[in-house]
Design a protein around this ligand. Structure first.
Ligand SMILES: NC(=O)c1ccc[n+]([C@@H]2O[C@H](COP(=O)([O-])OP(=O)(O)OC[C@H]3O[C@@H](n4cnc5c(N)ncnc54)[C@H](O)[C@@H]3O)[C@@H](O)[C@H]2O)c1
Length: 403
């Protein structure tokens, strides 16, 4: 089939490359929409960030793409929206295009994307499900045929109405964000009662109704999707006078999480942060991506910098423009360089690179403290090396807090 992908960011580029690999004729464009004339199917994969000074999704890129597409329809085209958008956005896209084009020449379909950054190609080729929301059966059939190579590899194909597909994406992300926030809150209780949160995660995750994924306690969730999508979902629900109280609490709890972890760093350092040398390992919101959007490091590092710490951060994806203007924050070229001479090592992101660090070799500081926000290390093993260790599961907080 002849496809055109509009927007070649994380989602658009991966979709374009994978559809091409599946034997389709693909054109990818980023802000040069004249090329779409020859395509039968046009994918909108542009960004839908949070609007400034509001919680709702900024749909200006989606609508701009729809306007551009409307200028290039000379024969029947299926316009597929892959961007994550609030329910009823497909209706709006249809309205925009129908200002220029008769409705019989196009169909607007919702086909949300569920890939994860860092696993994008595998997720695209082996998705759990392909959701296609369309109000006409012709487009459903064409889309089923487009995705048939993935369906034959085991992906479930779900056809729904257009609005349902839009909501499935938001509801999925809100549910996953809820799981993370839930286990993070339970870990707070574990710390005060001397319980290892890992036991709880395993204990509840073994229940098939719950499942073990997204139950690792750690920093606040971040990234390009969960923060903006939970907010946009609540905002859409407000518009339809529906109170999504669970999602609202998830957003509030997650916002508080970075403050909570900042306070814990203070407690661990006996409230003496000034002039402390902090080795900060991993600044992206998760491993295997360079994406900094809404990473909790964007709160933790400025907090430490403001309190007068000297921060040497290392990330396998290199230095970040977000920290360029902060006082006493510098990028280290290696884990070793970051740890050398530091008072505390904060492991923020679960990169494989951080899973077997030889702390003894890298640090001559006998009083080195390790704050492992991802529970990567065995507390006992680190303590045997003579270092102080704190993890998310580590009950020592209890004693710190009660002292
Ligand atoms: N990143 C993810 O992991 C992920 C996963 C699933 C869904 N999504 C959703 O997919 C959408 C895209 O996300 P992303 O992370 O790929 O965003 P991104 O910011 O990486 O990429 C968007 C691209 O669209 C381009 N663009 C904007 N307006 C355009 C226009 N008028 N014409 C052509 N190109 C235009 C931008 O230049 C940019 O390159 C969002 O709605 C997001 O929520 C993202």
């Amino acid at each position: 089939m002849k496809l055109c992908i509009i927007g070649t960011g994380y989602v658009g580029l991966v979709s374009g490359v994978c559809f091409s690999d599946l034997g389709n004729d693909v054109i990818c464009v980023d802000k040069a929409l004249k090329k779409i004339k020859k395509s039968d199917i046009v994918f909108i994969c542009v960004g839908t960030p949070t609007k400034k000074n509001s919680n709702s999704a900024d749909l200006s890129q989606v609508y701009a793409a729809a306007k551009e597409i409307s200028k290039s329809i000379k024969k029947f085209k299926i316009i597929i929206n892959k961007s994550t958008v609030p329910v009823t956005t497909g209706d709006e896209i249809e309205k925009i295009i129908s200002k220029k084009v008769n409705k019989k020449f196009f169909s607007v379909v919702s086909n949300p994307e569920f890939l994860r950054e860092g696993e994008a190609i595998r997720d695209f080729i082996y998705p759990d499900r392909v959701v296609v929301g369309s109000n006409d059966s012709k487009s459903q059939k064409i889309l089923k045929s487009l995705y048939s190579p993935l369906i034959s590899k085991g992906a479930k194909f779900l056809s729904t109405k257009r609005r349902a597909a839009e909501l499935i994406k938001y509801a999925s992300n809100a549910f996953l964000a809820t799981k993370i926030t839930f286990i993070n809150e339970i870990s707070n209780l574990c710390e005060k009662t001397g319980i290892d949160i890992e036991d709880i995660s395993i204990g509840i995750g073994l229940d098939k109704r719950i499942g073990s994924r997204f139950l690792r306690a750690g920093p606040a969730y971040g990234g390009s999707c969960f923060p903006k999508d939970t907010k946009a979902l609540v905002s859409t629900a407000d518009k339809f006078k529906t109170n999504l109280s669970v999602v609202k609490s998830v957003i509030r709890s997650n916002d508080l999480r970075s403050d909570l972890l900042s306070k814990r760093v203070s407690l661990i350092l006996n409230n003496k942060i000034k002039n402390k040398v902090v080795s900060f390992l991993g600044v992206t919101f998760k491993a295997n991506t360079d994406d900094m959007r809404d990473s909790s490091s964007l709160k933790l590092i400025p907090f430490l910098s403001k309190k007068g710490a000297k921060i040497k951060y290392y990330d396998p994806t290199g230095s970040k423009k977000e920290f360029k203007k902060l006082k006493n924050v510098e990028f280290s070229n290696s884990i070793k360089e970051s740890i050398k001479g530091s008072d505390i090592v904060i492991i923020h992101t679960e990169w494989n690179d951080f899973k077997s660090i030889n702390f003894k070799k890298f640090s001559k500081n006998k009083k080195l403290i390790i704050y492992d926000m991802r529970n990567i290390y065995s507390p006992n093993k680190i303590k045997k090396l003579g270092f102080k260790y704190f993890g998310i599961q580590e009950a020592s907080y209890l004693y710190l807090l009660l002292l």
